[in-house]
Design a protein around this ligand. Sequence first.
Ligand SMILES: *Cc1c(COP(=O)(O)O)cnc(C)c1O
Length: 366
Amino acid sequence: MKKYKLLTPGPLTTTETVKREMLFDHCTWDDDYKQITQDIRRELLELAHVTEAEYTVVLMQGSGTFGVEAVLTSVIGSTDKLLIVANGAYGERMEDIARHAGLDFECYHEQYDKVPDASAVEELLLSDSSITHVAMVHSETTSGILNDIEAVGRAVKRHGKAFIVDAMSSFGGVDIPVKEWGIDFLVSSANKCIQGVPGFSFIIARKDLLTASEGKARSLSLDLYDQWKTMDIDGKWRFTSPTHVVLAFAQALKEMKEEGGIEARSKRYTENNQLLTAKMGEMGIYPYIGGVHQGPIITTFFYPSECHFSFRDMYDYIKERGYAIYPGKVTEAETFRIGNIGEIYKEDIEQLCNIVKEFLEAYNHE
Ligand SMILES: *Cc1c(COP(=O)(O)O)cnc(C)c1O
């Protein structure tokens, strides 16, 4: 099979050196391995700009959704009520989780191309004092919009509620001062902006709120408190851990530091993103979000207005030439998506845009 680079928002293209880490079968109860887990936890706290005194990190087996489900079903007790803010499929997935778990919840739905409004969240908190937790997505990978979690966090804190953020596709690629923005639980995963491979999610949690959740979990394997209690002793995971993924993640963190940390990574992603939008615009392909709310991670593009355009044909054409892109996920328009995170540089964006140009020319001559 011909190889290609991923222009999808995770799994994404990782370095050879990250992949190579997975060639070793590490023992799980061994001290070196437990130390790797502890180092990862400490470094994630640093990236989140929080201290060990107030926050802690829990690693959880499974993909990102397992992390979100672990938080929602572990910290929201039977007398609590959750407000879910949703403007895309991942916000709606939180509703799905809440429904499955039988949580008491309500939703504030915003259109997919609009950022949720902090004052609307505030009004909901004022009108229903039984709400104890607010959950929302930072980078809505459905559309590529970057939601204003800072403003919503401030509103949530003014009312003394707990704030849960799905920062799956932004953490590491966008700087998030977790405490300053009032975030109590932040969820992300190994295979997004840290540029590791899929296999676990991680939760940056306020220690006092995590401790207060003891005994509330509705699931055994996703019990956030129990997972933390075991892991916090000396870095031993509660159940079998994805050892190869953990080793790759430790290497990915190291490479992130070498690149210049979140600042440098964020700059690279932003430049990739701006170059992509500019070059696509030259071809008459425009973003669904655009403007100040377009995030630096992934862009949703409208189909070009040419009378016959087939995403499938373009996908195959691009794949044949070394890149894999993403279909659209917004419901009300015909779109496709291009991610620009992972081991992706300016040259890749330029090459991709040349391929798209070639495709459109060939297609329109047929
Ligand atoms: C990737 C992602 C998730 C998790 O999806 P999984 O398929 O479970 O990894 C959740 N929320 C957002 C915003 C994401 O981008």
